[in-house]
Design a binder for this molecule. Structure first.
Ligand SMILES: Cc1ncc(C[n+]2csc(CCOP(=O)(O)OP(=O)(O)O)c2C)c(N)n1
Ligand SMILES: [Mg+2]
Length: 662
């Protein structure tokens, strides 16, 4: 008779495959998969609601491996559970170029990878975003949205600052369907965590409003009981799983030596003997595989029940749900934005672009239900909360605006989680200067091709009196440097509307819109264009010119466009030929064809660039003989007009520079 497949056989299958893959690649992290295999086995075989045959089922539970270095844990699970695209060959190609099994789990490589992890702390905050998205959707579609978010996080995740931001917000919002499985192994790369940390994690989480359970992470019964208790909690739950890193390795377990290096041939064999793994490498016996595959389709009936419930919805409800799930914006938004443009072309307003952005958002939020606003405690300054949307609070998750608190980094990662979960297109506000506090999450949004929107106000020394700590200088350049992130810097109401339209239309990139605190003059008043055309869509367009081959081409973005226009007028008086370009999105301009770019860049003998930031990024336009007007130092505190004067970003200075260069 066949021996019954035990929990130990199941968890050892994860261990075996993880060791095999790391040994074959001669690179990777065996410690986490060996240590957390028991917890993962109980979670995936008894609790997690999913169906491996439909990985995109919207009501599946989400699982996030925040310690992305333990990627083999996830890949082994996906293979064992029968996810179609996670084949044994993929496991054998761990860490090889072109495989789905990259060093760290990468969103989009394979089904079941819910987010890209690796930068510690991000996954944990992504999970908070997913749980929050679920909460909001379940309020709206209470019959068909009801799932949990499980996140596995280690000492490293909990040490990272972002974890504090994320767990305090999760506790505050009482995200009770969020469960954090803490790999409490007291080891990180440099050795025992006693070297670096003496936090009582239970007290820390309890102080933030979490339910805390402590267990032996190798005891099947304790793991089961804890996950059951978490199911009934009205608070988010932390399960501290006391584990031994590299469990099973006789000479390396419990040490940092097993964190991120192959066991080595000798220790690999000893570990297999110790764990009683008797099959050859990469060859998990079929009774064990079968048992895992059974677990993989455990959710089939639940999914069928869900489909019946979904079928019973009205046509409108179904449409709305699908619209949320696919994050589809109805095209009426663009018609409404067009009407808004016409209105402001007819009655131009000289207002700050942060205000223009609010006016635009008001229309967007009115005509579609899937935007989800927020700000990191700068709502009134970022102009992110339009009158037509309500804030969410603990008692009412019916709103569409999140007060993230002073938690920029978590806001970024939470927005990533919301976007990955599906259901909403998130936008969040802070000052441009504090985009530095969001940067790792912005980078991941770009890498994961997520449409996450940043409203970044107070975009230059033009913010004035708050001084150099608050005045961005290198930020536009540094954000433009992130691949697949688009930085927009509109110069007027009309441009702001156009930039928002472009941001909404780009479904696979984060959009960052830099906005002024100070009022700016509307220049898109006459016939430069017809309102049907989005002039910003190539990132650049000429706004005035008096020659086909001018002496000077002036390029400016945002608040500096009006200075460029003043210079133009003065140069006309001096009988010069000039062309002025507005450059609302340098990233988009650089993506145009070489012919298009050359035509613009080589039109004049001398190019002049005006932007109240550093010159980096503009070099291709400035070339060797051009003039750059902007910043090369930190700003200063004072009224904004005196700052522009002090830093020589004025019409008079530019005219003088031009005269000097002749
Ligand atoms: C933000 C960030 N900093 C540093 C690293 C490099 N790193 C990867 S794993 C790790 C240690 C993590 O310790 P722990 O979470 O306890 O994982 P364990 O060793 O228990 O598997 C470090 C420092 C990283 N991936 N992300
Ligand atoms: Mg650890």
């Amino acid at each position: 008779m066949l021996k019954q497949v035990t929990h130990q056989d199941m968890s050892n299958a994860i261990r075996a495959l993880s060791m095999d893959a790391v040994e074959a690649a001669n690179s990777g992290h065996p410690g986490l998969p060996l240590g957390m295999a028991d917890v993962a086995t109980v979670l995936f075989t008894k609790f997690l609601k999913f169906d491996a045959s439909d990985p995109q089922w919207p009501d599946r539970d989400r699982f996030v491996l925040s310690g992305g270095h333990g990627s083999m844990l996830l890949y082994s699970l996906l293979y064992l559970l029968g996810y179609k695209d996670m084949t044994l060959d993929e496991i054998k190609s761990f860490r090889q170029l072109g495989s789905k099994t990259a060093g760290h789990p990468e969103y989009g490589h394979a089904d079941g990878i819910e987010t890209t992890t690796g930068p510690l702390g991000q996954g944990l905050a992504n999970a908070v975003g997913m749980a929050l998205a679920e909460k909001l959707l379940s309020k709206k579609f209470n019959n068909i949205v009801d799932h949990k978010t499980y996140v596995m996080a280690g000492d490293g995740d909990l040490m990272e600052g972002i974890s504090q931001e994320a767990i305090t917000l999760a506790g505050h919002l009482k995200l009770n369907k969020l469960v954090l499985l803490f790999d409490d192994n007291n080891i990180s790369i440099d050795g025992p965590t006693s070297k670096t940390d003496s936090t009582d994690q239970s007290k820390r989480f309890m102080a933030s409003g979490w339910n805390v359970i402590k267990i032996d992470g190798h005891d099947e019964r304790q793991i089961t009981n804890a996950l059951e208790a978490a199911n009934n909690s009205n608070l988010p739950t932390l399960i501290c799983c006391k584990t031994i890193i590299g469990f099973g390795s006789p000479n390396k377990q419990g040490t940092s030596g097993v964190h991120g290096a192959p066991l080595g041939n000798n220790e690999y064999e000893l570990t297999r003997v110790n764990l009683k793994i008797e099959y050859a490498s990469f060859q998990v016996p079929s009774p064990i595989i079968d048992k895992w595959r059974e677990a993989g389709i455990r959710g089939l009936n639940k999914r069928k029940e869900w489909l019946l419930k979904f079928d019973s919805l009205s046509k409108n409800e179904k449409n709305l749900f699908n619209q949320h799930t696919n994050k589809n914006i109805n095209s009426s938004v663009y018609e409404d934005l067009y009407k808004l443009k016409v209105k402001y072309i007819k009655s131009p307003q000289d207002i700050a672009t942060r205000k223009s952005s609010e006016i635009t958002l008001e229309v967007i939020n009115d005509s579609c239900e899937i935007t989800l606003g927020g700000s990191a405690d700068l709502t009134g300054s970022n102009n992110t909360k339009t009158d037509n949307i309500k804030s969410i609070d603990i008692t009412d998750f019916g709103g569409r605006y999140i007060h993230y608190g002073i938690r920029e980094h978590a806001m970024g990662a939470i927005m990533n989680g919301i976007s990955l979960h599906g259901g909403f297109i998130p936008y969040g506000g802070t000052f441009l200067i504090f985009s530095d506090y969001c940067r790792p999450s912005i980078r991941l949004a770009a890498l994961m091709q997520q449409q996450v929107i940043y409203v970044l106000t107070h975009d230059s020394i033009g913010l004035g009196e708050d001084g150099p700590t608050h005045q961005p200088v290198e930020h536009l350049a540094s954000l433009r440097a992130i691949p697949n992130a688009y930085v927009y810097r509109p110069a007027s109401v009309i441009e702001t509307i156009e930039c928002w339209e472009l941001i909404l239309k780009n479904k696979s990139s984060p959009g960052l819109i830099a906005l002024s605190r100070q009022n700016l003059k509307e220049f898109r008043v006459d016939d430069i264009n017809s309102p049907e055309t989005n002039m910003c869509d190539k990132g650049i367009y000429p706004i005035m010119s008096n020659s086909e081959r001018p002496d000077y081409s002036i390029f400016a973005s945002g608040s500096e466009v009006e200075i460029a226009i003043d210079v133009y007028q003065e140069l006309l008086g001096l009988k010069k030929t000039v062309c002025v370009y507005s450059v609302p999105c340098l990233d988009l301009f650089y993506e145009q064809t070489q012919t298009f770019k050359n035509e613009i860049i080589n039109k004049s003998k001398t190019n002049i660039v005006i932007e109240a930031g550093i010159s980096q990024g503009w070099d291709r336009i400035i070339k060797d003989n051009g003039i750059f007007i902007g910043m090369s130092s930190f700003g200063a505190s004072g009224p904004y007009k005196s700052l522009y004067k002090k830093f020589n970003i004025t019409k008079d200075y530019i005219i003088q520079k031009i005269n000097d260069s002749n």
